[in-house]
Design a protein around this ligand. Sequence first.
Ligand code: BG6
Length: 471
Amino acid sequence: MIITKKHGLPENFLWGASTSAYQVEGANLSHGKGPSVQDIKTVPAGTSELDVCADFYHRYAEDIALMAEMGFKTFRFSIAWSRVLPEGTGRVNQEGIDFYNNVINECLKYGIEPLVTMFHFDLPAALEKKGGWSRRESVDEFVEFAKLLYTNYGDRVKYWLTINEQNMLTLVGDVIGTCNMEGVTNKYKKLYQENHHMLLAQAKAMKLLHEMCPGAKIGPAPNISLVYPATCKPKDVLAAQNFNAIRNWLYLDMAVYGRYNDLVWKFLEEHDAIPVIEAGDMDIMAQAKPDFIGFNYYNTATVEWDDSPVAVTDSEKKDQQSAGIEPGVYKAYPNPNLLRTEFGWEIDPDGFRATIREMYSRYHLPMIVTENGLGAYDKLTEDGKVHDDYRIEYLRKHIEQIKLAADEGAEMMGYCPWSAIDLVSTHEGITKRYGFIYVNRDEFDMKDLARYRKDSFYWYKKVIETNGEDL
Ligand code: BG6
């Protein structure tokens, strides 16, 4: 028998870009929306509140028209849970339901497939006040939310993502404004119990979609970075395996195979943090099957072995892309071979391919890149241009690696860089820009919020037109 393998990007490759509700919409406490955890956090010093963001709530039609002009095949956006369910459960805000109906219909008008993230860092504040994800009830609350979405949008939305970066909610929730550690004595116990509830909620939501909307597809959306050992010392390799398991594989092993990763299980035992798992939980996890894997990739991580006594704490600034330290398990190591962005994030296109290879060999599912991109202080020139050649360079090098990975056999479904349009960063304000479309505002001066096409806008249009041939 001759086996032929398909190579390269498929004809129907989903080119697009991403946003998230609390970072782009504005109107955070109006039009019937309840507050989310993002609205009750103290915003980081020097950054603005979330009442305006990019004003997408009012300008979605203009923005989607610009995405259509770039030739988007898909648009990834999230639904603010507390916009449709202001208290997180129970009462529905019809105006919120209508808003996302309008966004979906606007996309479809241009032949853009909506790629909907159900939950992106914005748990309703009303649920957080009751204890958030640490309560068992949170599983049913998420399923109620999922059912509301499938009922209202399932006739038109084919592609769904469950939880954005569940791994970052667990590892750096304090930085992205999603977790409250007040009065907590064993942080691992709290965080990994919440994590178990999210994993179960995700599994139930995946099953429910398949029952309610046959033909629709769903997957997780963790932030996956392959972890390198700092050197070829065997102990550094062990440290890299530890962090790979804790950062990456725990989430995908559970989403795809419905089982806890062994190294993580051992780590949890050692920290007295084995979650309460009720009878039947693991059966549900095993039965739920994602159709694809969505994943965010910004760069790889590098760690070394760490022999410090448990008392050593992590003094380094931590965010989604820094490994930090877990005493006796791994310790972040700055990779001397990589350049960095203005905001200190390492840049590693080869590591993108290495990450894709590793994911494909572990899970053998189609993959869609749900985020990838470069944050920078873009400048609007007097004649209304933004010369973001550094962003073009970053994206070009990453797309090259997707093509190579696809040639090697990985099933790549699509590419949605962060972000379609400038929006508010998780903790560094709106002047850390990622978009193809410039939004005319500063951190505190809202100006006219007019939209400008950056140089990357025209470049990406050409990339999409040629299905990635002309980079
Ligand atoms: C991802 C998140 O971690 O990175 C996004 O899913 C986020 O919400 C993006 O905005 C870029 O990170 P930052 O911290 O620069 O906004």
